[in-house]
Design a protein around this ligand. Structure first.
Ligand SMILES: Cc1cc2nc3c(=O)[nH]c(=O)nc-3n(C[C@H](O)[C@H](O)[C@H](O)COP(=O)(O)OP(=O)(O)OC[C@H]3O[C@@H](n4cnc5c(N)ncnc54)[C@H](O)[C@@H]3O)c2cc1C
Length: 289
C-alpha cells in the first residue's frame, strides 16, 4: 500500500512533463512503474508528485533514421524492443537483453527509459547500451542534450541525469560492415536480474581480423562498465577461440566486483570472464555470418 499523498499528472507532451517536474520539490516521472511503485509501496520513495509519461505516444517509437541510427523511445517496453524486427536484425544484443528481463509481465510494462533512469546495477539493458556506444537523449528545463553511455552510468542508482531531465530516447549508431553482437547473462534464480550480464559487439575487417570490439558488463559492479582491457586484447586478432579466451580473461581487470548472498566477489569476477567469452564467441560468429 502507498500511504503518503502525492499529486498525479499525465501531460501529453514532453515539454509539459518537464514543466510539471519543475513545479514540485520532489516530483518523479513514472513510466512502467515496475521499479518506482515497489519502492513507493515500501516507503523507500516518497515523491510529492508523479508525472506519468504514458500519454506521450511519440516516446514509444522505435525507428531507423536515414543514416542508419536506430532510435528507441524511452517508453518502448522491454517486450516491444525484444520483438522489434529492426532491433533483432541490427542490434541483436539489445533484443536479447530486453528478452532476458524479468518475466512476461515485467517485460510488457517496464520501459528502457525507466531501466536506464533507475540504473539498478543488475539491470540488463545498460550492457548493450554501453556496448553499442549509444547516446541517451535527455530533455530538461535547459533544453536537449545527448549523453554518451560511457559517461551516463555513475554508480548504483546514480546517473548523469539532472533531477529535471527526462530520458526521451536512446540513439544507437549505425552498425557498419561485418558486425555481430550478443548478450548473455547469469540470471538471479528468483528475480531474473543479472548477477552478471555481458553484451559484446564485434566488427571484422575483410580479412577476418577483429577491427573493433566493445564489451558492456552489468551486474558485476556498482555500475555497469566497458571491459576496456578485454576489448583491447581482442582487437587485431583473428577472433579465434584462443584469442577470445585470452581477451575474456581480462574482462574484470581493474574492477571492484560486488559481493552478496547470491555471488561472492571472486565468483562474480569468474562469471564476468566466462560470460565475456560466451558473448564474444557469439558476436564473432554472427559477424562472420
Ligand atoms: C519482479 C521484477 C523483476 C525484474 N527483473 C528485471 C530483470 O531481470 N532485469 C532488468 O533489467 N530489470 C528487471 N526489473 C526491472 C524492470 O525492468 C523495470 O521495468 C525497469 O527497471 C524500470 O522501468 P519502468 O518503466 O518500470 O520505470 P518506473 O518504475 O516507472 O521508473 C523507475 C525510475 O526511473 C524514473 N524514470 C522512468 N522513466 C523515466 C524517463 N523516461 N526519464 C527519466 N526518469 C525516468 C522514475 O522516476 C523512477 O525513478 C524487474 C522488475 C520487477 C518488478
Amino acid at each position: 500500500m502507498i500511504t503518503h499523498p502525492f499529486t498525479y499528472r499525465a501531460p501529453s507532451t514532453i515539454e509539459e512533463a518537464v514543466a510539471a517536474l519543475g513545479r514540485s520539490r520532489d516530483a518523479k516521472v513514472i513510466a512502467g512503474g515496475h521499479s518506482l511503485l515497489p519502492l513507493m509501496k515500501l516507503g523507500l520513495a516518497q515523491p510529492d508528485a508523479l508525472v506519468d509519461l504514458r500519454r506521450i505516444a511519440s516516446l514509444r517509437d522505435i525507428r531507423a533514421e536515414a543514416d542508419g541510427t536506430i532510435v528507441v523511445g524511452a517508453l518502448a517496453t522491454h517486450r516491444s524492443i525484444a520483438e522489434d524486427r529492426t532491433i533483432v536484425s541490427k542490434l541483436a544484443a539489445l533484443a536479447e537483453a530486453a528478452a532476458a528481463v524479468g518475466d512476461p509481465l515485467v517485460r510488457a510494462r517496464g520501459t528502457i527509459g525507466g531501466s536506464l533512469a533507475h540504473a539498478d546495477p543488475a539491470a540488463d539493458e545498460p550492457a548493450p547500451v554501453l556496448a553499442f556506444d549509444a547516446l541517451i537523449r535527455a530533455i530538461g528545463s535547459k533544453g536537449k542534450r545527448d549523453i554518451r553511455a560511457g559517461e551516463y552510468f555513475k554508480a548504483a542508482f546514480e546517473t548523469a541525469l539532472a533531477p529535471d531531465e527526462i530520458v526521451a530516447e536512446i540513439r544507437f549508431p549505425a552498425q557498419t560492415g561485418r558486425t555481430g553482437s550478443a548478450y548473455v547473462k547469469f540470471a538471479h534464480p528468483a528475480s531474473r536480474f543479472a548477477v552478471v550480464g555481458v553484451a559484446a559487439t564485434v566488427t571484422l575487417k575483410g580479412d577476418g581480423t577483429v577491427e573493433r570490439a566493445a564489451i558492456g558488463v552489468t551486474g558485476a559492479a556498482d555500475a555497469p562498465f566497458r571491459a576496456a582491457q578485454a576489448e583491447k586484447a581482442i582487437t587485431g586478432t583473428k577472433g579465434d577461440a584462443k584469442a577470445i579466451a585470452a581477451a575474456a580473461a581480462k574482462a574484470a581487470e581493474g574492477i571492484t566486483t560486488l559481493s552478496d548472498l547470491v555471488a561472492s566477489s571472486d565468483y562474480r569476477r569468474h562469471l564476468v570472464t566466462v560470460y565475456a567469452r560466451r558473448a564474444l564467441e557469439r558476436a564473432t560468429q554472427r559477424a562472420q555470418g
